[in-house]
Design a binder for this molecule. Structure first.
Ligand SMILES: Cc1cc2nc3c(=O)[nH]c(=O)nc-3n(C[C@H](O)[C@H](O)[C@H](O)COP(=O)(O)O)c2cc1C
Ligand code: SF4
Ligand code: SF4
Length: 293
């Protein structure tokens, strides 16, 4: 057994909880855990959609360090990650790392996670932002996106190197907090404040194009918020969307509409995760927890 010093204590194991809409945060979590394991730490990662509350609390109680990872939505955390943290009891002084994945920029994406973790007693020692491919491919916001492996691979290679550096900092016990400063905070607020105000109006933007839909029910299986309900005949929505993009990107017919607009098939299939083998069902409760790693 390798014992790693973290500050004045010894780290033997770490547990990481993540939310991932379309695979980027899953990929970063998986690689971070692998790197920690290579360094002798018994690390494991769990999708917050899969882990039962009591089990998460037990793992946090027993773990030497905790980690939290999520995609950035308008410089903010996704609702499932906020809900997961808010339900936790207080773990006074538990060392913790927090990271976000983002396409371009968030300002203070990891620090914002710390805002939720600190009231729960977590001692946030490490924070990082990982640039990953854009997962938004809706007509209303025509951002560039790609599923082309030759374009994704260099992005993943850069992220991989950063993951290794982040893991090395955790293992060494050296605190590293990216974006935890006033300028990043103010820049983050410029995006987060209007985004938070707007959120309630985004909850019912995803609908179904009946002409394309084959009523397979797959999107309802994937939806992390229970927004999509399939009764065997038709789909209805419940005003609970957390805009993770999973249904829109993974519907085999591209039949999910955003604000009434179906996906423009001329732009190719929407973003379907960082690796070809990625299957979003592995994030859902129907899969055995930790089966992703
Ligand atoms: C609603 C929404 C808002 C987003 N906002 C930002 C943002 O403010 N900055 C950014 O760089 N990327 C943004 N993105 C891109 C995602 O953060 C990025 O692609 C992330 O890695 C997706 O992770 P996932 O595949 O684990 O869901 C946004 C994506 C969504 C769906
Ligand atoms: S996944 Fe697509 S085709 Fe299947 S039910 Fe949902 S919208 Fe229809
Ligand atoms: S409706 Fe689609 S985008 Fe909204 S939370 Fe469910 S799967 Fe995610």
């Amino acid at each position: 057994m390798v014992y790693t010093s973290i500050g004045d204590s010894i780290m033997q194991n770490a547990v990481l909880f993540y939310f991932s809409g379309t695979g980027n945060t899953w990929w970063v979590s998986r690689n971070l855990v692998r790197r920690l394991q290579e360094k002798g730490i018994a690390a494991r990662a769990y999708s917050v959609e899969q882990i039962a509350h009591e089990e998460a609390c037990r793992l946090l109680r027993d773990g030497d360090a905790a980690g939290f990872g999520y995609p950035i939505y308008g410089s903010d955390l996704p609702q499932p990650m906020k809900d997961f943290i808010r339900c936790l009891p207080v773990f006074e002084g538990k060392k913790c790392f927090v990271f976000c994945t983002q396409w371009l920029w968030s300002g203070d994406g990891a620090r914002t996670g710390a805002d939720f973790l600190k009231p729960k007693g977590f001692d946030v020692q490490w924070g990082e932002h990982f640039l990953m491919p854009n997962n938004v491919c809706i007509g209303a916001i025509p951002l560039p996106f790609t599923n082309d492996r030759s374009k994704l691979d260099p992005v993943l290679a850069r992220a991989s190197r950063k993951i290794n550096r982040f893991a090395d900092n955790i293992v060494s016990g050296r605190s590293y907090l990216w974006g935890f400063n006033l300028v990043s905070y103010l820049l983050g607020c410029m995006q987060r404040v209007p985004f938070r105000r707007m959120q309630q109006h985004l909850r019912d933007n995803m609908r179904v194009d009946p002409d394309r839909c084959t009523r397979c029910g797959y999107c309802a299986v994937l939806c992390p918020s229970g927004n999509l309900v399939f009764d065997g005949e038709s789909l209805r929505t419940r005003n609970r969307c957390v805009y993770c993009m999973r249904c829109y990107n993974f519907c085999p017919e591209s039949a999910i509409t955003h604000r009434g607009r179906p996906h423009n098939l001329r732009r190719g299939v929407p973003y379907r995760g960082p690796v070809k083998a990625f299957d979003p069902e592995i994030l859902r409760p129907t899969h055995t927890p930790n089966s992703v790693l």
